[in-house]
Design a protein around this ligand. Structure first.
Ligand SMILES: NC(=O)C1=CN([C@@H]2O[C@H](COP(=O)(O)OP(=O)(O)OC[C@H]3O[C@@H](n4cnc5c(N)ncnc54)[C@H](O)[C@@H]3O)[C@@H](O)[C@H]2O)C=CC1
Ligand SMILES: Nc1nc(=O)c2c([nH]1)NC[C@@H]1CN(c3ccc(C(=O)N[C@@H](CCC(=O)O)C(=O)O)cc3)CN21
Length: 286
């Protein structure tokens, strides 16, 4: 019998009208989804889309960006709507809004209120295997120390290095953080978009690293400089940390580039569903 570990997968999607009609065609419920909260969208859009996706039967994890939440009253209202839709897990992050919309300026503050108002939610927080372009290591460590005890899991920022992720898990463990880690990897996306978004989101260091390693090799082997295929990176990460008890699975940043997802999901080293439905979906479901 193979001792090869299997992984779970979760897709990160951006809320949009097309998503709700197109996603079910290629990724079947009850797969897991993580729904972004971008500054120019605002949290109400994330909440509304998450509720619709949950109603379609997905395990849905809305992002709540602290700096985009206007007030405690707004937070209570969002939590009530999400709970009523059967949603039980959130991802809390500071968010990229330059000026906070209300009194929440970082995710620890938001986490405290979520736990005070609706302790039944489990909460994921962000992790940075390669640091953050603006926040220093001391800031990140302080923030993690403050949040870890209230959190149930971590999602890592997009990263192209299996070594960096493996080292990060070791650092977490040595600092006593034992949260299950969803490892954030890019999905199949055009190189142009990846570079543009990466620079804006602050994953420049990772991208620079990737040019010399996994990214460049993957592109070269495929003879395809237009699209990035993260299967190789995923395999490398899986080989390195697939057996680690802290490894929760892959969090795939899809950027809603759905048409290339089937090929990627089909080749992931993921947990297969126990019983295949009559018209099998891609096996990348939990
Ligand atoms: N990893 C991801 O998926 C996402 C990451 N982000 C980025 O991550 C940053 C940090 O988010 P968390 O890990 O939740 O950090 P956090 O909320 O735990 O904050 C860590 C420290 O950085 C400070 N800080 C956070 N955002 C700041 C900002 N925009 N300007 C000035 N100081 C700030 C906080 O006051 C705190 O001292 C966001 O601001 C954003 O750049 C945003 C959305 C998603
Ligand atoms: N700093 C930071 N902020 C984030 O929001 C973020 C991260 N990092 N790291 C990982 C993921 C990736 N995220 C993103 C960011 C942008 C798009 C995106 O598609 N942006 C489009 C606009 C989409 C729209 O308006 O509907 C763009 O062209 O900017 C998707 C996911 C969210 N997450």
């Amino acid at each position: 019998m193979s001792t090869e570990p299997v992984a779970s997968v979760r897709l990160e999607v951006v809320p949009s009208a097309e998503l709700l009609s197109q996603l079910p065609l290629i990724y079947k419920a009850p797969g897991s989804l993580s729904v972004t909260c971008l500054p120019h969208h605002g949290p109400a859009r994330t909440v509304a889309a998450s509720i619709e996706l949950a109603q379609l039967g997905y395990h849905t994890v809305p992002h709540l960006a602290a700096r985009s939440i206007a007030s405690q009253a707004e937070l209570r209202s969002f939590l009530g709507q999400l709970r009523d839709a059967g949603i039980s897990e959130l991802f809390l992050v500071a968010g990229d809004r330059r000026t906070p919309a209300g009194s929440y300026s970082w995710s620890g503050q938001l986490l405290e209120d979520v736990k005070a108002f609706s302790p039944e939610f489990s909460v994921g927080i962000a992790g940075y295997p390669e640091g953050h372009p603006v926040l220093g290591t001391a800031d990140l460590t302080r923030s993690l120390d403050a949040k870890a005890a209230m959190a149930s899991s971590m999602v890592t920022q997009m990263c192209f290095s299996a070594d960096a992720i493996s080292d990060y898990l070791a650092t977490l463990r040595s600092s006593g953080v034992e949260l299950p880690v969803w490892v954030g990897v890019p999905g199949p996306v055009s190189i142009k978009k990846l570079l543009a978004l990466g620079a804006r989101l602050g994953v420049g260091r990772s991208l620079k690293l990737a040019r010399g390693t996994g990214l460049a090799r993957a592109l070269w082997r495929r003879g395809d400089f237009l699209h990035y295929d993260s299967n190789r990176l995923i395999r490398e990460i899986h080989e390195r940390i697939g057996h680690d008890p802290l490894f929760a699975g892959f969090h795939v940043y899809t950027f809603n580039n759905l048409h290339r997802l089937p090929g990627m999901l089909g080749s992931l080293p993921v947990r297969k569903p126990r019983a295949l439905p009559a018209n099998p979906a891609y096996p990348a479901t939990i």
